[in-house]
Design a protein around this ligand. Structure first.
Ligand code: ZN
Ligand code: ZN
Length: 89
């Protein structure tokens, strides 16, 4: 069940239906105004005033996930070396 944020009508079967109602009844589209991140949060705007594709939390989590610590890097290289030695036998 979705509720219209403007008139508080809440008998819409889906959020898409509610947004369609908002566009028709209130003359303002909810779709383009505030895109939702995959996690449901609203992304912040960048320097040019456009919404980012992901919220700050997800952008931060994604960049943190690609960073590896020296320990992880060393473990990865050990595994790689072990696999290489196995292949030679
Ligand atoms: Zn409404
Ligand atoms: Zn997010």
């Amino acid at each position: 069940m979705s509720e219209c944020p403007t008139c508080e009508r809440d008998d819409f079967v889906s959020e898409t239906g509610m947004k369609r109602h908002h566009t028709m009844a209130h003359g303002e589209s909810l779709v383009d105004d505030s895109p939702a991140c995959d996690c449901g949060a609203t992304p912040s705007k960048d320097a040019s005033g456009r919404y980012r594709e992901q919220c700050d939390d997800c952008i931060h989590a994604a960049s943190a996930a690609t960073e590896t610590t020296p320990d992880e890097r060393a473990a990865f290289e050990r595994r790689l070396a072990a696999r290489f030695e196995e292949g030679e036998q």
